[in-house]
Design a protein around this ligand. Structure first.
Ligand code: HEC
Ligand code: HEC
Length: 388
């Protein structure tokens, strides 16, 4: 396996893709892993197939934010203080528009000769600096953590009916929980904190474009998140090439990265928790979802959007999704142990208990049941969630 990867990494990318395009999944996944870990470099470079980074970017590779397939995690900065690695600053307003100057995300890195858009610290408090003009009136800049990727690829196999059926039964129950699907122009959203992306491939291509600055047929944006107003960025060369469908990455390359994500399985927890159900957590964090082939996958989400109330309303909406609405976070952990990670979209919770303390809106009843638990039961429930 390791030897295969070394051989793969030594070959020009297009040769590998041509050789393996028609082969079975394990090779796609190995190839995808190499692309997931690749440190991309600015265009132009002599090694066709590794360039196209930026010009503005947040990280050079997927592993920059999803090391080992995990999500955001605690790191120690050079001065000894703690911070979160693998988080981004997201710009937006209540209407779901992105900042006219900075675009979607604060690009904290840039190729040589270009200024990054600014820098950020997430701990002890969220604080960012901009190198350009202030953000436009009515817009906000807010933190978004990279979620762990284990078990996520399988959401692609959940049929729309499975998602919609829960929205219908929420409505029929007439209770406070009113989950709704994110119906986007390309289908029912499954990926991201607001379920904005319909398919795994779309999410992968989006990450390449906006986090790393690399274009693909899905997101033909050679300048990534540079806006019309960022002229210095648009004046730089890009890495688009006829070898990759005239983009920086071909659809096949996006596809193999998605294949790699399919190998990051959720831990299979068959053990159900009565406490998790009786506290109402399972009403949204649905333990298992059905797949198209009649199977079941660990999910701990209903893939629906819920209004979570004022504490989780950061003023940044997305098209068709209010700023207080979030996809039920799938409670599927990677390798990170409690203390090495943070919870919620903005990382404001250091523990499961703190995350639940911020559940208002549709989750108010469940939070109150949680608060009424004995200290022992609270700990049992938190341990259960951390073990998923
Ligand atoms: C700069 C940090 C960063 C980089 C680099 C990055 N991601 Fe992410 N990733 C995020 C954040 C933040 C989110 C959540 C975005 C949102 O919903 O607003 C996310 C979400 C995802 C999701 C959806 C997870 C879910 O729970 O629905 C997938 C899949 C994913 N990223 C894959 C990738 C791949 C593949 C790459 C490399 C091409 C990549 N990411 C690069 C930060 C990053
Ligand atoms: C009404 C639906 C709903 C109910 C009920 C609910 N949650 Fe959540 N939960 C969510 C949503 C939506 C999020 C994402 C919120 C955010 O990040 O802003 C979330 C996030 C979380 C997170 C953070 C996950 C992460 O990846 O950072 C934890 C932990 C959590 N919930 C645990 C629980 C527990 C334990 C219960 C029961 C006491 C519970 N939730 C009840 C909808 C719900």
């Amino acid at each position: 396996m390791t030897r295969t990867l070394c051989v793969l990494l030594a070959l020009p990318l297009f040769a590998i893709l041509a050789a393996f395009a028609a082969r079975a999944d394990p090779l796609d996944a190995a190839m995808g892993k190499a692309l997931f870990e690749r440190q991309w470099i600015p265009a132009p470079s002599s090694t066709n197939g590794t360039d196209g980074l930026g010009p503005l970017f947040v990280a050079r590779s997927c592993t920059g934010c999803h090391a080992r397939g995990d999500g955001a995690h605690i790191v120690t900065r050079a001065d000894g203080s703690a911070d979160i690695a693998g988080a981004v600053v997201r710009f937006g307003n209540a209407a779901g528009e992105t900042d006219p100057y900075y675009g979607l995300e604060l690009q904290t890195n840039a190729v040589p000769g270009l200024m990054p858009e600014g820098d950020v610290r997430f701990l002890p408090n969220f604080k960012y600096n901009l190198s350009g003009p202030p953000i436009t009136n009515g817009f906000h800049a807010e933190a978004r953590l990279a979620p762990p990727l284990f078990g996520k690829a399988a959401f692609d196999d959940v049929p729309d009916e499975e998602i919609l059926a829960r929205a219908v039964s929420n409505a029929r129950d007439g209770g406070p929980i009113k989950g709704r699907a994110n119906v986007t122009p390309s289908g029912i959203g499954r990926y991201g904190w607001k379920a904005a992306h319909t398919s795994l491939k779309e999410q992968v291509a989006h990450a390449f474009a906006f986090d790393i600055g690399m274009s693909s047929p899905e997101f033909p944006l050679p300048y990534g998140d540079c806006t019309r107003l960022e002229a210095a960025c648009l004046a730089l060369p890009n890495g688009e090439s006829p070898s990759f469908e005239n983009r920086e990455l071909s659809s096949a390359m996006i596809g193999v990265v998605a294949s790699y994500l399919q190998t990051l399985h959720a831990r299979s927890t068959n053990e159900a928790s009565a406490l998790f159900a009786s506290t109402g957590c399972a009403d949204c964090h649905v333990p298992k979802l059905k797949t198209r082939d009649g199977g079941q996958i660990p999910a701990f989400t209903d893939l629906l959007l819920h209004d979570m109330g004022p504490l989780l309303d950061d003023g940044v909406g997305e098209p068709g999704v209010r700023s207080s609405e979030w996809r039920t976070a799938p409670l599927i952990n990677g390798h990170l142990t409690p203390g090495k990670r943070r919870y919620l979209h903005d990382g404001t919770a250091a523990t499961v208990e703190e995350a639940v303390e911020r559940h208002y809106g549709e989750a108010e009843g469940s939070r109150m049941r949680f608060e009424a638990l004995t200290a022992d039961d609270k700990k049992r429930l938190a341990d259960y969630v951390n073990g998923l």
